[in-house]
Design a protein around this ligand. Structure first.
Ligand SMILES: Nc1ncnc2c1ncn2[C@@H]1O[C@H](COP(=O)(O)OP(=O)(O)OP(=O)(O)O)[C@@H](O)[C@H]1O
Ligand SMILES: [Mg+2]
Length: 256
């Protein structure tokens, strides 16, 4: 029997403060297979970012455990690439140097890898451009290339396209699937956007809030490339929306 690449086993997280305890996550169990894109969706404050930080090894003060290839995650490492909502590029470094980070572009192997990634994220011609001259979508593509340079076993994305306009966002979703087709990178993808979750992922994890629990895991069998206008796409979107509506007693507006 094959073992999942990433195993989140009975993970609970409580934040302690003077104002009292907040149970952010309660008994989360999830296994992510190699090459799988899994989306996490749920109301604001349900613990999505908390869960991603735990998988990244940025928060180890938890109950339960998280394993990557069977090994407990105890700290951040290059095996876990993290993409934030804002690109977090260094403004004083151009595109290629942002991607290379502390690796030398004089090293032919690094040079080749950086060039390949620039091609992969379609930024040829922008190698020497600085972040302030890039659009939001381009900057986020640099951030993705920077994470991929470290050959992560899993890419963790926390609403990476949340700050982009709808048009750029849909282009970025297609770009991410192109990258996936090329590299089969395993991804855990946090989003508020139902359409994005259905477009991108093999499975959609719907979280409940207060405390954060898994409400449902919805399998997405739609074949790639997915057509947003297809009846099957709309039907699955409705299933996710209904599950979310059952999740949140207060009325929330979901992006669909
Ligand atoms: N450092 C912290 N200290 C105390 N409480 C925290 C801390 N970080 C998060 N929380 C609480 O944990 C819960 C989950 O927060 P989290 O940021 O994971 O939610 P989220 O699902 O990512 O929300 P959003 O969709 O708004 O980004 C919230 O109730 C939040 O107030
Ligand atoms: Mg969050």
């Amino acid at each position: 029997m094959s073992t999942a690449l990433l195993q989140i086993r009975e993970v609970s997280k409580t934040f302690h403060s003077d104002g009292g305890d907040t149970v952010a996550l309660d008994q989360i169990g999830l296994a992510v297979n190699t090459g799988e894109i899994v989306s996490i969706i749920g109301p604001s404050g349900c613990g999505k970012s908390t869960l991603l930080k735990i998988v990244a090894g940025l928060d180890i003060d938890i109950e339960g455990d998280v394993l990557l290839e069977g090994e407990p995650i105890t700290r951040p490492s290059r095996e876990k690439g993290f993409i934030f909502q804002e690109h977090r590029l260094f403004p004083w470094l151009n595109v290629e140097r942002n991607i290379a980070g502390n690796l030398s572009l004089r090293d032919p192997a690094v040079r080749r890898q950086v060039d390949d990634l620039i091609t992969l994220v379609k930024l040829q011609g922008f190698e020497k451009t600085y972040p302030k001259q890039l659009s939001g979508g381009m900057a986020q593509r640099v951030a993705i290339a920077r994470a991929l340079l470290r050959n992560p076993k899993v890419l963790l994305l926390d609403e990476p396209f949340g700050a982009l306009d709808a048009f750029t966002r849909s282009h970025m979703q297609e770009a991410l699937l192109d990258i996936w087709r090329e590299n089969r990178t395993t991804m855990l993808f946090v989003t508020h956007d139902i359409d994005e979750a259905v477009f991108l992922s093999h499975r959609i994890v719907v979280l409940d809030s207060r405390p954060g629990r898994i409400k449902s895991i919805i399998t997405n069998d739609l074949t790639l490339p997915r057509k947003r206008t297809s009846t099957a796409f709309q039907e699955l979107r409705t299933v996710v929306l209904r599950t979310l509506e059952h999740t949140e007693p207060e009325k929330e507006s979901w992006e669909i």
